[in-house]
Write a protein that binds this ligand. Sequence first.
Ligand code: COA
Length: 184
Amino acid sequence: MSGRPGSNRRHSAWKADALPTELLPHFSFNNLRLNLLELNLNIKIVKSNKLLNLRSKILRNNMNPSKCIFRGDDNKTSFHIGAYIDGILVGGVSIIKNKCSYKDFPNCYQLRGLFVDFNHQKKGIGKMIIEKVESLLKNKKVNYLWMNARVKALDFYLKLNYTNSEITYNMNEIGLHYMLYKKL
Ligand SMILES: CC(C)(COP(=O)(O)OP(=O)(O)OC[C@H]1O[C@@H](n2cnc3c(N)ncnc32)[C@H](O)[C@@H]1OP(=O)(O)O)[C@@H](O)C(=O)NCCC(=O)NCCS
């Protein structure tokens, strides 16, 4: 009876990969991974112009995409990540080598314009994008990543172990933001 599927033991020695799909809801981590595999998610570096339409839709209330370009988007030191499902862009972010205006972080980058398309939110895609970014920055020996996070996204970043500086910034039309950061 030890740890067999269907038994009452919560911590099973069974490998979740070997379990029939219908038994996986008991294993939240593997369930998430399975869902992402089912989604056929591909996270890769892209050019900034690939992100403009969804940046506009998700972050700028459908403003003309040509007006959704960030200062520094095309700097040689910037890079951009796109998340694709079956070849269709569903998420993205821009990483720009900007000094933090509020704190003197040595060797830092700013995260800007993180989005996941509405019908794909809360599936783990945003988290995977951030993990990809952090891994790329660590490889570049970058020390800090910081961002101005809108209030609605605060808990998302806190769950990913970002620190809230409690420094606020009011962005026209979009509202209050908090400066968050992480030492990588
Ligand atoms: C914020 C955003 C990027 C998160 O991406 P996502 O793919 O939906 O998030 P994930 O599914 O990877 O979530 C990871 C965890 O954070 C939680 N989370 C996600 N969004 C959250 C939110 N807005 N508030 C609180 N928790 C949130 C999830 O429930 C999940 O928690 P769990 O690990 O305990 O299950 C996405 O919701 C989005 O694009 N929102 C609109 C644009 C936006 O606000 N961008 C941020 C600009 S600063």
